[in-house]
Ligand binder design. Sequence first.
Ligand code: DX5
Ligand code: ZN
Length: 214
Amino acid sequence: MAELLVAPSILSADFARLGQEVAAVTEAGADWIHVDVMDGHFVPNLTLGPVVVAALRPHTELTLDVHLMIEPVDPYVAAFAEAGADIITVHAEATRHLDRTLQCVRDAGVRVGVALNPATPPEVLGYVLDRLDLVLVMSVNPGFGGQRFIPAVLDKVVRLREMIGDRPISIEMDGGLNPDTIGAAVGAGIDVAVAGSAVFGTPDYAANIAALRP
Ligand code: DX5
Ligand code: ZN
């Protein structure tokens, strides 16, 4: 199995100093930068839009992993791609026509991800797997950082791995990951770990990122 990638979520960073925070976690050994976009409609919180992604782009050469928690999503995909996103992940629950939305992301020229809320079964992806580069398994209900990990989703990773077979699709997990929960997530078979509070919560980002690697 390939090495675990760690994707700090800037949701827990200091928003007044976002550029420096992104540069700091890049320097501290992050693999990707995870950007949480919330609309106050699909999820009960508001964060940022494409102008912020464009502003962050010069501060890192790492993959910008943009997690869209917005509904509707199709009208905004191109703007996030133009802003510099490398991966755009949409929620299966936030679109009525998932196949069309995935084509929209593919047409924007970026890597294609789908996120699944904790209660959403992996089988919703059965007929779109060939369109995907990434599946994001939410291990909290989306909307806020610092929530408690939901262990029931571990089983979903195992099932997804069977469904994916030898397709080149990464499995990412997001929510409540910290040194206490990361072992179970890696054991279940994730490739990418998103972590917000566990990375930005205390000042030594390099140590915090290292503590997430098995
Ligand atoms: C939650 C976001 C997460 C969040 C994770 O809706 O998608 O990326 O920042 O935060 P922690 O790691 O603190 O649970
Ligand atoms: Zn996220």
